[in-house]
Design a protein around this ligand. Structure first.
Ligand code: SF4
Length: 437
């Protein structure tokens, strides 16, 4: 039977392991038992030693590296198969705490590195559930009890809901309490369910997926809280040098994997805007829009178009959701280039957008993924979604006055695709002309 340790680093057993381990002095010392377990993992690639963690410290870094690599093209599961091997559980629990302490001691709240540690923890939980096989149900029930989520009030989950980690609409509620358990669901609702089998309805509505999502989100929230506590303590107690060294290695790993220079990185990274390649609807919006279409044109259309065109024009091709800070870590491009373009277009509207709708500035920040705030700040990133540009179909419905299609429009379905195509054509035209000259 797989232990719940493999999933839940906040169980009493997990804490006991960490207490018994004591000082982090030895976390970068080679462990032959860990390395043997890693090498014996089915499907693990063994032809490159740098893929194999030889110590708990290495394992901690590999957790983040795995998360970054799995978002890239050409990711090979065999490079990190050991992360799905329950045999590493004791080492993995200590690696988790080393990682979380390094994140708290070495990085500010809301930083990209803290976010990656939290997100990688949630992603590992979700992927590990998939390899549990017949033991999955039992482990899920065990972890739910360990996390104390049975009979939880939705108010207790308000932080998760508020931060967008869990959607209220995903939960089954009865008198304010979240119904997770099958027996409780049947007792509560079976008299009301007349047109189908209550058990199959439970499986469809609650089922394993919701339970797994809840577990992963609760563990992410607790990881975030733990990191925040470590961060607070670090201001009064000097962190252990090994923890600071781990933080440095996290920084190096994140920079190495996400760097847009050299190496097998994703296709189109941030680049200068090419206004000549803007589609007619965007050019019309930049010239200023009259009341009526004005708010949606600036907040929904222009904000998403300009931000993606400048930072992540290949989003539809790569299909990898990124956050603004993955591409613009210090938010300099957002603050100094993207927002001024949006604000100036808002100013050119009739009447100027912020004069009678000042709250739209908050909505622009929200559409960039930084929640409802005056300006994008790193600590708020993730409170909302970074919206991708709406399709031509939606623009024709909601902003019909702005859609004045030209020839190229016939071959595309989104203004961002127009931009990429036109940019490529302009570039090709320039190269041909240079060739002729
Ligand atoms: S077809 Fe699409 S890209 Fe062209 S103007 Fe209309 S909305 Fe813009």
């Amino acid at each position: 039977m797989v232990s719940s340790l493999f999933i839940n680093p906040f169980s009493e057993d997990a804490r006991e392991i960490v207490r018994n381990y004591g000082s982090p002095d030895t976390i970068f010392e080679a462990s032959s038992v860990l390395l043997d377990t890693v090498k014996r993992t089915r499907g693990q690639n063994l032809d490159d030693n740098s893929l194999l963690p030889g110590s708990i410290g290495d394992l901690a870094i590999k957790r983040v590296e795995w998360y970054l690599q799995r978002q890239r093209r050409g990711f090979d599961h065999g490079d990190y198969a050991y992360l799905m091997n329950p045999g590493i559980k004791e080492y993995d629990v200590i690696a988790f705490y080393v990682l979380a302490q390094a994140a708290g001691a070495g990085f500010r709240r809301g930083s990209r590195e803290v976010r990656l540690v939290v997100e990688s923890t949630g992603a590992l939980v979700e992927d590990r559930f998939r390899v549990l096989g017949s033991e999955r149900d039992e482990i899920i029930e065990e972890v739910l009890i360990e996390l104390g989520s049975e009979g939880t009030s939705w108010m207790e989950l308000s932080e998760l809901i508020g931060s967008g980690k869990l959607r209220l609409t995903d939960l089954i509620l009865h008198r304010g309490r979240v119904v997770i358990d099958e027996d409780e669901f049947l007792m509560t609702f079976q008299d009301l369910i007349t047109d189908r089998d209550p058990r199959s309805l439970y499986a469809a509505l609650v089922g394993l997926e919701l339970k797994e999502t809840m577990i992963s989100r609760i563990i992410m929230q607790r990881t975030e809280d733990y990191i925040a506590r470590v961060s607070e303590m670090s201001s009064t107690v000097e962190p252990h040098p090994i923890i600071l060294e781990t933080a440095e290695r996290i920084r190096e790993t994140v920079n190495e994997v996400t760097s847009f220079r050299g190496g097998p990185v994703k296709s189109a990274g941030p680049g200068k805007l090419v206004p000549d390649a803007f589609p007619p609807c965007i050019r019309g919006t930049l010239d200023g829009v009259k009341s009526g279409n004005r708010n949606d044109a600036i907040v929904l259309l222009l904000t998403s178009f300009i931000s993606y065109a400048r930072l992540y024009p290949s989003v539809f091709r790569d299909r990898t959701p990124l956050k603004v800070s993955d591409l613009d870590p210090d938010l300099r491009v957002i603050r100094e280039e993207i927002l001024p373009i949006i604000y100036e277009a808002a100013e050119r509207c009739e009447p100027p957008l912020f004069e009678d709708d000042p709250q739209e500035k908050l909505n622009i920040t929200a559409k960039l993924g930084f929640g409802v705030h005056d300006e994008p700040e790193p600590e708020h990133e993730g409170e909302s979604k970074w919206y991708t540009p709406m399709s031509c179909e939606k623009i024709k419905i909601h902003l019909p006055d702005l859609c004045r299609p030209d020839d190229l429009c016939r071959r595309i379905t989104n203004p961002l695709t127009y931009y990429n195509r036109k940019r490529w054509e302009l570039h090709r035209g320039k190269s041909e002309q240079e060739g002729e000259d």
